[in-house]
Write a protein that binds this ligand. Structure first.
Ligand code: AMP
Ligand code: MN
Ligand code: MN
Ligand code: MN
Length: 313
C-alpha cells in the first residue's frame, strides 16, 4: 500500500499507543522493556501512564529515544466521582511540575493503609498473609494496589488468573474490596492542566454509570478543563468503540487510543495492536508537534515505501 493511503485508514497516519503501565505502578515490565516492546510492535507515538506516579518517565523516554520512537510523558490519576472510581489520563505533562507532583503524592498517600485493610479483609475471607504476599510483587512500595494482591492470590492457587481474582475478591462488594477516596475530578484535571498537559477520560466503558450519570461525568470533566476521551482502548469492545466515537463527537472531546497494557499474559490488548481510531474523530495528538515529528520520521524511514504493518491496519 502506498504511504499516501495510510492517513485515511489510520488517523494522523500514526500508530499511537497512549496508555500503558510499568513496574513503577502495576505493570510487570520495566519502563525500558515497554519502550522496546512498543518499538517492536510498530508504535510510533508512545506514552507511559503509570497510576498516580511519574518515576518511570525518564527511563521510558531515554529508551524510546534510543530506538527512535517519539515519547509523550503521561500519567493515569485515580479519581473518586459520584462514589465511583474514575481514571483520568494526563498526556504531554511536565513531570517536574510542582502542583502535579504534590497532587500525585497526596493521591498515593492512602495506598499503604488501604492495602493493610484489604489484607485484613482477605484474611477474614480465607486468604492469609496477603499484605506480605502482595508486597513481593511491588517494585514501588508507594504504589501497592489491587493488581499486586491479585498476582499473589493467583500464586497461592486460589484463582486461575488475575481477572478471576477481581471477580471473586477485589471488585466492589467482594470480600477483599476496601472503599477508598481518591483525588477529586476537578483537582486531577487541574494538576494535569497546570503541568501543561491534556486530560483524557480513561476507558469510559468500564464505569458502572447509566447514560445520565455518564453525561453528567462528561459535563463535570469538561467544566474542569478535560479535553479528551479514550475511544479505542483495551477495555472496550468494538461496539464500545462505536458508542464512544459517537459520544466523542457529541461532547466535542478529542479521541485517544491506548492499550492499557500491563504485561504479557495479563492484558486484553497488546501494545500498539488495537484498531485505529475511527477516521471521523479528532485525535488528541492532532496538533502536537511530537505527532508531526513521529509522522515525518515514519515517512523518512519508509523511504516512500509502505509504513510498518501495524500502521496500515
Ligand atoms: P487500584 O488502583 O489498586 O484500585 O487497582 C486498579 C487496577 O486494578 C486497574 O488499573 C487494573 O490494572 C486492575 N483491575 C481493575 N479491575 C480489573 C479487572 N476486572 N480485571 C483485571 N484487572 C483489573
Ligand atoms: Mn492498573
Ligand atoms: Mn485505568
Ligand atoms: Mn491504565
Amino acid at each position: 500500500m502506498p504511504i499516501s493511503a495510510a492517513p485515511s485508514s489510520f488517523p494522523g497516519g500514526l500508530n499511537a499507543d497512549l496508555h500503558c503501565h510499568s513496574q513503577v505502578s502495576d505493570g510487570t515490565l520495566a519502563p525500558e522493556e515497554l519502550a522496546r516492546r512498543a518499538h517492536a510492535n510498530g508504535v510510533q507515538l508512545f506514552s507511559l501512564t503509570d497510576h498516580d506516579e511519574l518515576d518511570g518517565l525518564g527511563r521510558a523516554r531515554s529508551a524510546a529515544g534510543a530506538l527512535g520512537i517519539v515519547f509523550i510523558d503521561g500519567v493515569e490519576i485515580s479519581v473518586t466521582w459520584g462514589g465511583e472510581t474514575i481514571h483520568v489520563v494526563g498526556l504531554r505533562i511536565d513531570p517536574a511540575n510542582e502542583a502535579l507532583r504534590a497532587g500525585l503524592a497526596a493521591t498515593r498517600d492512602g495506598r499503604d493503609a488501604r492495602a493493610r485493610e484489604m489484607s485484613d479483609s482477605l484474611a477474614r475471607a480465607g486468604v492469609p498473609d496477603a499484605y506480605a504476599g502482595a508486597l513481593k510483587y511491588v517494585a514501588n512500595p508507594a504504589m501497592v494496589g489491587r493488581t499486586h494482591f491479585a498476582r499473589y492470590i493467583v500464586e497461592r492457587g486460589l484463582c486461575r488468573d488475575v481477572r478471576d481474582v477481581f471477580q471473586r475478591f477485589l471488585s466492589e462488594g467482594k470480600p477483599g474490596f476496601v472503599p477508598h477516596r481518591w483525588a477529586r475530578l476537578a483537582d486531577a484535571v487541574g494538576w494535569i492542566r497546570d503541568a501543561g498537559g491534556i486530560a483524557v477520560l480513561a476507558h469510559p466503558g468500564r464505569y458502572r454509570l447509566d447514560d445520565t450519570a455518564l453525561w453528567s461525568l462528561i459535563a463535570d470533566f469538561r467544566a474542569a478543563g478535560g479535553e479528551g476521551i479514550e475511544v479505542v482502548c483495551g477495555s472496550h469492545t468494538p461496539e464500545q468503540y462505536r458508542r464512544f466515537a459517537q459520544i466523542a463527537h457529541e461532547s466535542g472531546l478529542r479521541a485517544s487510543r491506548g492499550s492499557d497494557f500491563h504485561g504479557p499474559g495479563e492484558s486484553r490488548a497488546e501494545l500498539g495492536a488495537l484498531p485505529p481510531l475511527p477516521a471521523s474523530l479528532v485525535p488528541v495528538w492532532q496538533d502536537w508537534p511530537e505527532a508531526a515529528r513521529a509522522l515525518s520520521s515514519a515517512r523518512r524511514m519508509s523511504g516512500g515505501a509502505a509504513l510498518p504493518a501495524a500502521a496500515r491496519a
